[in-house]
Design a protein around this ligand. Sequence first.
Ligand SMILES: *Cc1c(COP(=O)(O)O)cnc(C)c1O
Length: 481
Amino acid sequence: MDTVKYYKRASLPLEMHKVCIVQKTRIPTVEERVEAIYRAGFNTYCLMSDDLYLDMLTDSGVNAMTNEQLGAMMLGDECYAGSRTYRKMCDKIKEIFNKDYFLPVHQGRACEHMIAKAFVQPGQIVPMNFQFGTAVGQIALQGGSYELCLKESGLELQSSEPFKGDFDTEKLERLLKEQGDNIAFVRIEAGTNLIGGQPISMGNMLEAARICRKYNAISILDASLLQDNLHFIKTRDAEYSHLSIREITRMLSDAMDIIYFSARKLGFGRGGAIITNDKAHYERVKYFVSKYEGFPTFGGMSIKEMEAICVGLDDTMDEETIAQGPAFIEYLTRELVERGIPMVTPPGGLGCHIDAMKFLPNIPREKYPAGCLAAAIYIASGCRGMERGGIDEPWENEDDLPFGTLETVRLAVPRRVYTVSQMNYLIDRILWLYDNRDLIGGLGFADGNRMGHNFYDKLEALEPWPERLAAKFREDFGDSL
Ligand SMILES: *Cc1c(COP(=O)(O)O)cnc(C)c1O
């Protein structure tokens, strides 16, 4: 992409779009924010959108749509069976991924549900570069389990490695060799969500697919975060940067047996897709799609969304469009790192990530540092992020801490939703919070209050630290919001 150079000032991410429709928002007062976080049981999932100024919980289904997408929605051929829109989406998928068979489903985890139903037998293992809650949840429901094959350096939170999502391909090969029939399939997640939206390199994905072919295992690409990963291959991977985004996508797709994605992310819409060139795989999955999702020409998706996704997939092939998210994330990360905030580096896709154990070194893991930090950021700014640590992934003691359990706060950056000035506001409040981090205290579960799901688990403050933080906010900011 041609970057814009500035004359007098340091560079800023520059929006390559203009705003057509706006949604009003407001900043609740710090007192309202304290009340809301208590009401939510210190779980940002339980906040309501009226409690928020910036919603950075996720990038799922909340990306801005273009006027062209909204226009296309009116062309939707609402039809239970045999919709013209389905044919259009088949053609778009063939054009971009060169795959003949496409099954629509209602979102990413529905793809995972259908695939697990079709391919996982009790006791089987799914090797993957990293786990994602929805994927491993569906595999577990079928009696399977997963085996992490991330190369170890991927878990180093501060690093200069461009592709931290890479497989340890030796481990992958060993597993396939030793476990043979016990492998349901190999799942390749590009980009890698829970280690900071970190990309996986093209060479590594092609090698993983080659190993699958060698041992006759099915290779399945989770392409939900592919648009960011394509950007990083184009900009960080010298071996492939001469190729166009379409060429990279095509080469990658040709190596994979099955691809699925959440169109709440890839394609700027709301839905999901499973695609393959293998008729037998297709028939096997189609059986479950018609049982659980809907007639296989809509699969639980709204036809209007399918029209929008066709346009969104084209946008995903545009270098300038897919550079927007990473540019904002890089800006946020860089501005915070330069001022001493411990961030996950290098910046990845989908959002910026704060290293909670370094931000709050006095809060032990038993008191959920990432949960504390997510709640404190909300109190300081009205912005909600997501806890990615011991609340999301329970553990008993240090000895059985699962491989890959990190303590981070993810601040997702929904694509093309927020402006640079809103990011600057957030940066300012995080800097204030860092200077006042000693006021932040721990969280815990009241007896019997652990429901076992990060969507609705409720916690308690172990001391009145939210009030302490709010009092200091008033002292420093007067009657400011
Ligand atoms: C979001 C996501 C999913 C699940 O998609 P939903 O549409 O939210 O169900 C699966 N895999 C990855 C890598 C994701 O980021």
